[in-house]
Ligand binder design. Structure first.
Ligand code: SF4
Ligand code: FES
Length: 226
């Protein structure tokens, strides 16, 4: 176990936990976007920034990547931290001015009209979909490509994915509804990362489609059922 101080509160935690997990276990709120409990931390959004105090100095660090250590002293809500989160939310709002979650975040920091050039994206480049596809589904059909302002979420080489199984996990973990596979219920096919998948009809109601057929084949193949 390690004991650290977060916002003047002493917290004991298992070795290996992150500062974000530790703060949350103590009921301390830290905003996040790219963090997802069952995925490896990625450190993309920096919203979880906290201030670490050591030897008379202090540093801003992403708490989702920072391991909790004995004796650490952390502040989650200092003027420096709030200012950093405010600028980050302003940048996000400039990129995604029409995304509700981003609007909500910006509003919570008192950010009005962004000073930066406006775009109209939905994707905040948090990488949750990429990690979920790789770590949960174990497929790796999509990735974040290019650098700087050209960075985007795509299937390899911008071509229809040859490995996507149409499971929709990317859609499920996306915090901004940037992944759109269409309304599956009444469709015989669903379009995922450039590929059309036939959907399976519900055997009970016999009325609605509920999941891509290929996803079932893939699972059976993995389990060795076929
Ligand atoms: S599509 Fe969604 S989950 Fe994927 S990087 Fe963009 S915002 Fe994140
Ligand atoms: S939640 Fe830590 S960097 Fe995004």
């Amino acid at each position: 176990m390690a004991e650290l101080t977060i916002d003047n509160k002493r917290v004991r935690v298992e070795e290996g936990s992150t500062v974000l997990e530790t703060a949350r276990s103590a009921g301390i709120h830290i905003p996040t976007f790219c963090y997802y409990e069952t995925l490896s931390p990625y450190g993309a959004c920096r919203l979880c920034t906290v201030e670490v105090h050591r030897k008379g100095g202090s540093w801003l660090v992403a708490s989702c990547l920072l391991r909790a250590e004995e004796g650490m002293v952390i502040s989650t809500n200092t003027p420096r931290v709030v200012e950093a989160r405010k600028i980050l939310s302003e940048l996000l709002l400039a990129r995604c001015p029409n995304v509700k979650e981003v609007q909500k975040l910006a509003k919570s920091f008192g950010v009005g009209k962004p000073r930066f050039r406006l775009k109209d994206e939905r994707c905040i480049l948090c990488g949750r979909c990429v990690r979920a596809c790789r770590e949960i589904v174990k497929v790796g059909a999509i990735s974040l490509v290019n650098r700087g302002k050209e960075r985007e979420m795509k299937s390899p080489f911008h071509t229809p994915s040859s490995t996507c199984i149409g499971c929709g996990t990317c859609l499920y973990v996306c915090p901004t509804d940037a992944v759109d596979l269409g309304e599956i219920k009444l469709k015989e096919t669903v379009h995922s990362w450039g590929v059309d998948f036939e959907t399976r009809m519900c055997r009970i109601c016999g009325e609605y489609h509920f999941a891509p057929e290929y996803g079932f084949d893939y699972e059976e193949l993995k389990r060795g059922d076929s």
